[in-house]
Design a protein around this ligand. Structure first.
Ligand code: CA
Length: 239
C-alpha cells in the first residue's frame, strides 16, 4: 500500500465517545477517517465519498444501520462491517443478509478492529486475488462445474447461461471453492482464506450465513445443495 493514496474509512456511530475512539484508532493506523452520526448523513456520505470501507453501527437515529447497509448495497460494493451492540444472533444474520461483509460485536479490541479493516480492504482491492491468480495458468480463467460457470477474469458467475448476482464476498467464496474443488475446508480456514483474517477469526457463523445466501442464489434446492456441500462436523466443500 506504500505510495498509494490513504485509504478512506467512513465511521457511522452516533455515540460520540465511541466515534472518537474509533476515529483515533483508525487515523493512528494511517487511514483517513470521516465520521457520520446519523443514518441519513451516513447514507449520503457513503454514496458520495468514495470510501474504501464503512464501519456501520446498527442503532442509529434516522435510518438504522440495516437500512443504510441495504441502500448502500443497491449502488456500491464497498466493504461494510456492521457494529452491533448486542449479542443477538438475529442482528448479525440480518446484516449479512443485507450484504454487509462482516460484523463486530461491541466491545472489541483495537487490534481486532484494525485487523478486520485491513483484511476487508485488502480483499476489496483484490490484493489476495491478484497474488493467488498469478499462480494460476493464464487460460484458467473460466471454471465450469455442472452448469455453473465462474469467470475469474470478469468476476462473474452464471448458471445455465443466466448471470447470477453475487456480492463481492459471495463471489470470493464461490471462486475459492471452485478453485479447490473436492477439498473440505473448516470454517476457520475459510475465514482465513476468503475473509483474509489471520489470527483473529470473526464469528464463524459469518461463513454459514454467507453460504446460505449463496445457496439461495445458485442451488435448485438450497436445502439439498448440489454445489457447495457440508461435510458434517468438518466443514464445507464443492463437489
Ligand atoms: Ca448507536
Amino acid at each position: 500500500m506504500d505510495g498509494e493514496r490513504k485509504k478512506k474509512i467512513l465511521i457511522v456511530e452516533d455515540e460520540k465517545t465511541i466515534s472518537e475512539i474509533l476515529h483515533y484508532t483508525i487515523t493512528r493506523e494511517g487511514y483517513e477517517a470521516v465520521c457520520a452520526f446519523d443514518g441519513l448523513s451516513a447514507l449520503d456520505l457513503a454514496l458520495e465519498g468514495n470510501f474504501d470501507l464503512i464501519l456501520l453501527d446498527v442503532m442509529l437515529p434516522g435510518l438504522d444501520g440495516f437500512e443504510v447497509c441495504r441502500r448502500v448495497r443497491e449502488k456500491l460494493d464497498t466493504p461494510i462491517i456492521m457494529l452491533t451492540a448486542r449479542e443477538e444472533e438475529a442482528d448479525k444474520v440480518f446484516g449479512l443478509e443485507l450484504g454487509a461483509d462482516d460484523y463486530m460485536t461491541k466491545p472489541f479490541s483495537h487490534a481486532e478492529l484494525i485487523s478486520r479493516i485491513k483484511a476487508n480492504i485488502r480483499r476489496y482491492h483484490g490484493e489476495n486475488r491478484t497474488s493467488s491468480a498469478s499462480k494460476e495458468p493464464a487460460d484458467d480463467s473460466v471454471i465450469s462445474i455442472n452448469g455453473l460457470v465462474i469467470n475469474t477474469k470478469k468476476y462473474s458467475v452464471s448458471k445455465n447461461g443466466t448471470e447470477i448476482s453475487l456480492s463481492k464476498k459471495e463471489y470470493d467464496l464461490v471462486e475459492f471453492f471452485a478453485k479447490n474443488r473436492g477439498t473440505v475446508f473448516q470454517r476457520e480456514e475459510i475465514m482465513e482464506k476468503v475473509w483474509g483474517y489471520d489470527g483473529f477469526y470473526g464469528d464463524l457463523r459469518t461463513v454459514d450465513v454467507t453460504l446460505a445466501r449463496i445457496r439461495k442464489k445458485i442451488e435448485e434446492n438450497p436445502a439439498e445443495p448440489e454445489y457447495i456441500q457440508n461435510k458434517r462436523g468438518v466443514g464445507y466443500f464443492m463437489s
